[in-house]
Design a protein around this ligand. Structure first.
Ligand code: KIV
Length: 264
């Protein structure tokens, strides 16, 4: 997989992407047939237990990205740039994006935002780092957006997002994540841009779909967004497994003879 192939999929084949944050999950995704993995800054919520994505650091994200690449070396791995790792200056953006590519094996980076990051995207692309854009609900802007809110309900917001999509395409993104926006707006964006759109909570007309690992697996019983689908209830399965372990240790049923080391 590479940016040329991803771009060529538009209108021909639906793109499927998942997030992952560690080596075993990346291996599972790859073995199941996933070719594109996003190491989302949603790691702040899913793995680190924060209530939003703002606190996750470059160092933490680098650990996750490198682990994912070790778990799925042939996957196209996209590193999500954490809050304030690219906004401060183009130089810092290039340095931090470069760390993901050079030190962690990332194939591309993802940045949230519209017109305000066009210069940064150009800089990264000019220096050989592919960039995925991210419009709609952009979690790093949660405080200015005013909470978790579907985007594109009002005309002005819709027009701004459409203009931003155009600007990001011109700046050189190879694909666009569209998060939590009205379905009709996601359809318009998808029709308007020549790069693939990958939706999450943005309806049926995007060129592809992405889901967060922990949502697919049903790991967090307290967080079930309307747009996500859990394909298994791993929370219940894991609780059951741990209960059995507790039970067997207490009864003396574990370890059994086959689990112990002793002279024959
Ligand atoms: O951080 C993340 O997981 C994301 C997805 C929601 C696209 O940006």
């Amino acid at each position: 997989m590479n940016v040329r192939k991803i771009k060529a999929m538009k209108g021909k084949e639906r793109i499927v992407m998942v997030t992952a944050y560690d080596a075993p999950s990346a291996r599972i995704a790859w073995d199941a047939g996933i070719k594109i993995i996003l190491v989302g800054d949603s790691a702040a919520n899913t793995v680190l237990g924060y209530s939003n994505t703002l606190p996750v650091t470059m160092e933490e994200m680098m650990t996750f990205v490198a682990a994912v690449k070790r778990g799925a070396p042939d996957a196209f791995v996209i590193a999500d740039m954490p809050f304030l790792s690219y906004q401060v200056s183009e130089e810092e953006a290039l340095k931090n994006a470069g760390k993901f590519v050079k030190e962690c094996g990332a194939d591309a980076v993802k940045l949230e935002g519209g017109r305000e990051i066009v210069g940064i995207i150009r800089k990264l692309v000019d220096f050989g780092i592919p960039v995925m854009g991210h419009l709609g609900f952009t979690p790093q802007y949660v405080h200015t957006i005013g909470g978790y809110r579907v985007r594109g309900k009002e005309r002005e917001e819709k027009e701004r997002i459409l203009e931003d999509a155009q600007l990001l395409e011109e700046a050189g993104v190879f694909a666009l994540v569209l998060e939590m926006m009205m379905e009709d707006l996601a359809k318009l964006v998808t029709e308007q841009v020549s790069v693939p759109t990958i939706g999450i909570g943005s309806g049926r007309y995007c060129d592809g779909q992405v889901l967060v690992w922990h949502d697919i697996m049903g790991i967090n019983p307290d967080f079930k967004p309307r747009f996500a689908k859990s394909y298994v209830n791993l929370y219940e399965i894991c609780v059951e497994a741990i209960k059995q372990f507790i039970d067997e240790v207490r009864k003396g049923d574990f370890p059994e003879e086959k689990h112990v080391f002793k002279e024959k």
